[in-house]
Design a binder for this molecule. Structure first.
Ligand code: FES
Length: 117
């Protein structure tokens, strides 16, 4: 998990972040120069903010289970479909970003995705 940051290069709002094989091997990948993570979640790729919206813990140190990203500081977790935090926690949802995959390359659009609720 998160062994080394990856490099990025802006192109019309989409940035290439890493290839699928690397993400599958590491589960959580930090995006160098950005406060973003890319996550392998049960066959799907999710991009999100690196800082926990509760008290800014580094979610790169968290873990992914059953479709949720667990914060390393407290017991809260986030639904990786929409960023919703565990019920009862006084916090905004986790910020998610659009992802596309071309061949083996994963791209993130640097525009916020609105939670679907
Ligand atoms: S800092 Fe992440 S749940 Fe509190």
């Amino acid at each position: 998990m998160c062994a080394r940051p990856i490099s990025v290069d802006d192109q019309a709002g989409w940035i290439p972040v890493c290839d699928l094989d690397r993400l599958k091997a590491e589960t959580i990948v930090r995006v160098a120069g950005r406060d973003l993570l890319v996550i392998w979640n049960e066959g799907d790729v999710v991009a999100c903010a690196r800082a926990c919206p509760h008290e800014q813990a580094d979610l790169a140190l968290g873990r992914v289970t059953a479709g949720r990203l667990h914060c390393p500081r407290h017991a809260a977790s986030f639904d990786l479909r929409d960023g919703a935090i565990t019920a009862g926690w006084p916090s905004q949802p986790l910020r998610l970003y659009p992802v596309r995959i071309t061949g083996e390359q994963i791209w993130i659009e640097m525009q916020e995705r609105q939670p679907v609720r």
